[in-house]
Design a protein around this ligand. Structure first.
Ligand SMILES: Nc1ncnc2c1ncn2[C@@H]1O[C@H](COP(=O)(O)OP(=O)(O)OP(=O)(O)O)[C@@H](O)[C@H]1O
Length: 660
């Protein structure tokens, strides 16, 4: 340990002259902050320990994930045994919230205990605080410390980042071992960084456990991982992925992975990637999915390899329904699919008509994945989910800075993202009139010109449009262009409502196979007769929801009529799902004094038959409460309400609401 005066002189000289070892400018800068900004005295350490009450708040940062983190510390300690190190996790406030000590505590740094605050403002130059200040790994060896009292210890710290790209905490390894060579400490420093990266990866995978994760193994060590949904839309990206591929927050939840790889399309590895994604989707029922690609990829700045994994049981992964399953045993569906198979990919656009929940989206995906286009992207765009003002830029793209609020990077747009693949335009009836003209031009020429780019790009896209609305009526009312209708209607296919199909039993069996994750589930005779008699206004979606719930309630693997809880025939034209109906009912019951309401599907049925306004009011309240609980997570909100995302977006638009 250095004499206090000598240490002060060393600091003063470095700060005043700005001279220090060229590789230690970070140290001079930190010392300067300690002296000039925080007014610390190197001879008088003023360290802070938090009370156990205060610690409860500090731990909340890590919630239930603390076990995950301390598990990593254990592993790390076994790697550096013998050096006398202890391992810590500090939260983003610089407070140590978890600790693992080596068995021999001779070289334990007593001030590095749980509850100690190690921000640079309090602890001077130190591993945790300075790593947090610079958001970079930092090794603080002996006299690098600001306080003279700490110059006998060595620490190696590395920050790790949360799923939102912001710092989550710091891994710190420290020892007072006087015989420790600096070289050995450098090795430990490397291990601290590996631990931080592993932790970041674990948090990311855990946070996005319901999604696919795609890891790009770039030469840089920091984890480069994307979380993608089943439409290949990016729902999350690690800090390094954001930096490397220039992803900003506006891209999360909106850009597809194909847009990110746009610049490197044509690369054999991307084709390989498509192949693996297809494989991923086809993997059966309850296997863990982990697809790795070994071929090099020339992503920006690195020779890399790509691996995609889904770390949860495939039962939670939406299984791709096959064309055969879509057809079932219904002659009209078989005929429809026969026609669609012939025209798909041969230049004719397709228009699917049918009530909500009949399977328009599902059928389009099946067509895509069972066609030659399967190696290309499947891009779904819901015209009612995007505010009218954004449809243009989202669909046709824009170049960087094309308008106020546009991202610097620009956006290729969904049409370009779908190049060589399929574009599913859901709720086409909601496409604003002025954009219908633009869409028509694209359908005629297969050319797009992103906003502000001035460059025309030719693409090869199979378009499938869908709607539950009556387009003829819209054409007659002048809200849908007749020429667009005819252009889209290269092939028009009407999907039958579930009550019109002749194969309900087959569909029930197929659905039970898809949803029963804890062994086979059967339906008893009485329950089956109820299922066959129900009119299914919500079509396959409603049937699926009813069966999913019933399968959970079923005792001994047999669904009985009590498990079905079928809703009476709805009052509204578009049936809310059972879950939404239930929520609507309870909302209604809360406001029953003001709004007498009768809602189907619940024992709380009351009062005279409702006015539509009252039902809408309750429905709006139910949606608001889902948003309150799930914020901007559209999937969770839709799940909670028991409706599809598309319906959620439509209802948001209808009630003039938005996700937070
Ligand atoms: N043939 C099928 N077999 C099993 N499940 C199906 C089938 N068709 C549709 N589904 C399921 O029914 C639900 C609704 O399907 P989908 O979203 O494709 O309907 P949609 O007609 O596009 O609805 P909307 O008009 O509301 O967007 C989904 O959960 C889907 O998985």
């Amino acid at each position: 340990m250095l004499d206090t005066d000598d240490h002060f002189r060393l600091i003063e000289k470095a700060v005043l002259s700005g001279s220090d070892r060229s590789d230690a400018s970070w140290r001079t800068e930190s010392w300067a902050r300690c002296l000039q900004d925080y007014k610390l005295d190197p001879s008088r350490p003023t360290l802070i320990d938090l009370s156990s009450k205060e610690m409860r708040t500090e731990r909340e940062f890590f919630d239930n994930d603390i076990a995950l983190a301390t598990g990593e510390l254990e592993t790390t300690l076994t790697m550096i045994e013998g050096g006398g190190y202890s391992a810590h996790i500090a939260n983003r406030n610089g407070v140590i919230i978890s600790e693992r000590r080596s068995r021999d505590s001779t070289f334990y740094c007593g001030s590095d205990r749980i509850g100690a605050v190690w921000t640079e403002e309090v602890g001077g130059t130190n591993g945790i605080g300075t790593a947090l200040k610079n958001l970079a790994p930092t090794a603080v060896y002996l006299t690098d410390h600001f306080y003279a009292d700490l110059t006998g210890q060595a620490c190696a710290a590395a920050p790790f980042f949360g799923p939102d790209g912001n710092v989550l905490g710091v891994i710190n390894l420290s020892t007072r071992n006087p015989g420790l060579p600096q070289l050995a400490h450098r090795v430990v420093f490397g291990i601290a960084q590996i631990t931080a990266d592993r932790l970041e990866t674990s948090y990311f995978r855990n946070f996005y456990r319901k999604f696919y994760t795609m890891t790009i193994n770039v030469e840089q060590r920091s984890p480069t991982i994307f979380a993608i949904d089943s439409d290949f839309r990016i729902v999350g990206a690690t800090k390094n992925a954001r930096n490397l591929f220039k992803i900003d927050d506006s891209a999360i939840g909106s850009r597809s992975i194909w847009g990110v790889f746009e610049k490197i399309r044509g690369n054999p590895t991307i084709d390989y990637l498509c192949e693996a994604l297809r494989e991923l989707r086809q993997l059966g029922s309850s296997k863990l999915v982990d697809v790795s690609l070994k071929r090099p990829i020339s992503a920006p700045q690195a020779q890399t390899s790509v691996s995609i994994s889904k770390s949860i049981k495939a039962k939670s992964v939406r299984k791709i329904t096959t064309l055969a399953e879509c057809a079932g045993d219904d002659p009209s569906m078989k005929r429809n699919i026969d026609i669609l198979k012939r025209v798909f990919g041969c230049g004719l656009h397709v228009l699917l008509l049918g009530e909500t929940g009949v399977g328009k989206d599902t059928l389009t995906r099946a067509l895509h994945y069972e066609s030659v286009r399967a190696v290309g992207p499947f891009v779904a765009f819901n015209c009612s989910a995007v505010p009218d003002t954004l449809i243009d830029s989202e669909l046709f793209g824009y170049s960087g800075g094309a308008f106020t609020g546009a991202s610097k990077e620009g956006n290729a747009g969904r049409i370009v993202e779908a190049d060589k693949g399929t574009l599913f335009l859901d709720e086409i009836g909601d496409m604003p009139l002025q954009l219908q003209t633009r869409l028509l031009r694209f359908l005629e020429t297969q050319e797009v010109m992103p906003l502000g780019s001035g460059k025309v790009r030719t693409v090869d896209v199979q378009v499938v449009a869908a709607t539950h609305q009556n387009l003829h009526e819209k054409v007659a009312a002048g809200t849908f262009r007749q020429d667009l209708f005819y252009r889209l209607a290269g092939t028009i296919v009407n999907l039958p409502a579930l009550r019109e199909r002749t194969d309900l039993i087959t569909i029930i069996h197929n659905l039970l196979e898809q949803i029963s994750d804890e062994g086979p589930v059967a339906v008893d005779e009485k329950a089956m007769s109820h299922l066959l008699a129900h009119p299914w206004p919500g079509n396959i979606r409603e049937l699926r929801n009813v069966l999913t719930r019933a399968a959970r309630l079923a005792e001994g693997g047999i669904i009985r009529s009590d498990d079905l809880m079928l809703a009476p025939v709805p009052l509204q034209t578009e049936a809310p799902s059972p879950k939404l109906a239930q929520k609507v009912a309870s909302e209604a019951s809360a406001s029953s004094a003001r709004l007498p309401i009768r809602v189907h599907g619940d024992a709380t049925e009351r009062g005279p038959v409702s006015s539509k306004t009252a039902a809408s009011h309750a429905e709006r309240e139910a949606i608001l409460s889902a948003i309150d609980s799930h914020g901007s997570d559209a999937v969770a909100c839709a799940d909670a309400l028991g409706i599809s995302r598309a319906t959620l977006y439509r209802k948001l638009k209808q009630y003039n609401l938005s996700l937070r």
